[in-house]
Design a protein around this ligand. Structure first.
Ligand SMILES: Cc1cc2nc3c(=O)[nH]c(=O)nc-3n(C[C@H](O)[C@H](O)[C@H](O)COP(=O)(O)OP(=O)(O)OC[C@H]3O[C@@H](n4cnc5c(N)ncnc54)[C@H](O)[C@@H]3O)c2cc1C
Length: 598
């Protein structure tokens, strides 16, 4: 059976020692009082909830899956899920970083980020039920009418109701411009929705009293394509003016997908047959409104893989210390045993350190992004808010795609540490690999994320936001450039930062002549950008750790951090050279292949 220990020490290191979030909060009037004690207390309780309540349901949820009663259209999630959700609601976890105006606790997003990392490590399938609610809350908070906010936000904040996002249809996934669900205006100002959605996560269940579906659909005279899409809120049970639940709405689950992983989450086929809904935001501007939810979900999906990377690492490390096979190449290490523990073998260490470096680098990046979200919303200076928002927008596709690709690499590496036992269900490792796989696909595939990064976020504004982030990196390089102890981290980072400008300009120039050049280079480009960002955070973490060591701190945590940074720069970061080479090799080898793909 797998184990999970919440990585509280590492979260505290990133938040309090590297990013110094409590200093940042002092500039945000709403969070000025949030201190280290508050942060530590919340993390500890959140960790207990994840480890003690949802983690024990991870394997049983995977084995049991969800059941649909076709007569009633009701879905029953695996045993224990409903009770765990009730505990989550009772504990006030749904409200942690929500607006106090709607019953939220108003704590910083960074705390919600850490709560969700731990929930994802413990049980990704369960975590998707409350996770989607948070995105629905954000979309309605940003674009809902006063009436919609009054009706839905307090219930989403308390967790009494959950949310979904209904975009995908059988013929339309990446290309939402193809969607066909119709919304007919009614004399009372409401709309009747008709159509089919598929793959809707947490789309039906009995864990909450109501489900708030956010649905993309077309108005009767809407323009073709993505310019004719509107957003609607469609509850499972209609809500009466006094807020109590009315009759069942015409939105039903008609089937559940049988899938590779996240079996405990209900992936629902949804039929709307004259379902009653109300418009969110402006007609035909639904995609813009839905993007609030989609951006939150993209950061959330990166966080899912961060959680799985961490839990896979913890289990592989414990196994590698215990399992004995063969002797070390450099001489016997465990004289009292018939063989050495496999952790003595260089390649086993490489697999373990890969997962550790990707987990800790991902944690630093994810916490940094949510700290920027706190600034974007609460900082009194408009310029700081704008800059923070722009950098989060730049980093969002990197969090989504780089962390989930790394999760794939890391969970596979950790499964490999177990040898054949990793392939056997009993150890739980193959579930981490299976559960992670969807993270690279949904919420916009990782290819789509790479096109968003290179095409829209970088070339789309002539690299202006990338340059802003480049200045943040340059400040660290200027600060540590003459520190010999930092040279092994700063030199490769400075080299890549310098290369990145030329590399981007070159791709932009080629893309201008032939757009397929952007499509051919984007996936490699995102991975290079991911390493640039990780390189920055690993250098900052090494800087903090080296300073502690120089000050006489003998806590092995700091030495471990420096060693992991060294591993990261020596063994993972150099793949950027190959990636830049393949990106530069252009589109011809892909597009001039009609005979090969005939
Ligand atoms: C378990 C699960 C849960 C999900 N949950 C939800 C949910 O809650 N709500 C929801 O609305 N949807 C959900 N989805 C749907 C998911 O977001 C889509 O599957 C995903 O966006 C891809 O769409 P598609 O499957 O139609 O693939 P397609 O769009 O058909 O893409 C097929 C392939 O073509 C590539 N491709 C497409 N266009 C381009 C392009 N322009 N350039 C390069 N490559 C391209 C894609 O990257 C992909 O590799 C879920 C899916 C699954 C499997």
């Amino acid at each position: 059976m797998p184990q999970y220990t919440p990585p509280l020490r590492d979260m505290q290191f990133v938040m309090l020692e590297v990013l110094k979030v409590t200093d940042e909060f002092k500039a945000l009037p709403k969070h000025a009082e949030v201190d280290a004690d508050t942060i530590n207390a919340v993390l500890e309780e959140a960790g207990k909830f994840a480890a003690e309540v949802t983690f024990p349901l991870n394997i049983s949820g995977d084995t049991e899956g969800c059941k649909l009663d076709l007569a009633t259209h009701e879905v029953t999630p695996p045993k224990g899920f409903k009770e765990a959700y009730a505990q989550y609601v009772a504990g006030g976890w749904a409200a942690l970083s929500c607006d106090p105006e709607y019953g939220g606790q108003g704590l910083p997003f960074v705390l919600n980020q850490c709560l969700y990392e731990m929930l994802n490590s413990a049980n990704q399938a369960w975590t998707m039920y409350p996770g989607l609610s948070h995105g629905a809350y954000e979309a309605l908070h940003a674009h809902g009418t006063d009436d919609q906010k009054k009706t839905y936000l307090p219930k989403l904040v308390s967790g009494e109701w959950t949310g979904t996002m209904c975009l995908t249809e059988p013929h339309c996934g990446t290309d939402l411009g193809l969607l066909r669900t119709k919304a007919e205006p009614q004399p009372d100002g409401s709309y009747k929705l008709t159509g089919n959605k598929i793959f809707i996560s947490a789309g039906e269940h009995d864990m909450a009293a109501n489900i708030v579906h956010l649905v993309l659909a077309r108005l009767p005279d809407a323009p073709q394509g993505s310019k004719g899409i509107s957003l609607f809120v469609v509850p499972k049970f209609n809500v009466k003016p006094d807020g109590s639940l009315g009759e069942r709405n015409g939105i039903f689950c008609s089937g559940l997908e049988h899938k590779m992983g996240i079996h405990g989450n209900a992936t629902a086929q949804i039929v709307m047959d004259g379902a009653s809904g109300s418009l969110v935001g402006q007609p035909n501007k639904g995609l813009a409104a839905m993007f609030v939810m989609m951006n939150a979900a993209r950061l959330g999906v990166g966080n899912q893989s961060l959680g799985l990377t961490e839990v896979a690492f913890q289990n592989a490390l414990a196994y590698a210390k215990d399992r004995i096979q063969m002797r070390s190449l450099s001489g016997v290490k465990a004289k009292d045993k018939p063989a050495d523990p496999i952790i003595v073998h260089p390649d086993v260490r490489k697999m373990l350190l890969t997962a550790k470096a990707y987990a800790e680098g991902g944690r630093a990046l994810a916490i940094y992004c949510t700290m920027l979200l706190d600034k974007e919303i609460h900082h009194p200076d408009e310029k700081v808010r704008k800059d923070a928002g722009e950098i989060v927008a730049l980093l969002t596709p990197i969090v989504k795609a780089f962390l989930t690709d790394n999760g794939h690499i890391a969970t596979n590496a950790c499964m490999q540490v177990f040898g054949g036992h990793g392939f056997i269900k009993e150890w739980g490792m193959e579930q981490f690999v299976r559960d992670n796989r969807i993270n690279m696909i949904y919420e916009g595939t990782n290819t789509v994320q790479s096109l968003d990064l290179l095409g829209r976020k970088v070339l789309g504004n002539n690299g202006a936001t990338l340059k802003k982030f480049g200045k943040i990196i340059a400040a660290l390089i200027a600060e540590e450039g003459v520190n010999e102890k930092m040279a092994e981290f700063i030199n490769p980072l400075a080299y890549l930062a310098d290369q990145m400008t030329k590399f981007t300009t070159e791709l932009g120039f080629k893309g201008f002549q032939n757009p397929d050049e952007v499509g051919a280079a984007a996936v490699d480009y995102l991975r290079v950008a991911g390493h640039l960002v990780f390189g920055y955070f690993w250098a900052r973490m090494a800087q903090t750790a080296l300073r502690e060591i120089a000050a006489g701190n003998t806590d092995p945590f700091y030495l471990a951090k420096v060693q992991t940074a060294r591993f990261y720069f020596a063994k993972l970061f150099p793949e950027t050279a190959t990636l830049m080479r393949t990106a530069r090799s252009g589109s011809k080898a892909l597009m001039d292949t009609d005979a090969a793909l005939a």
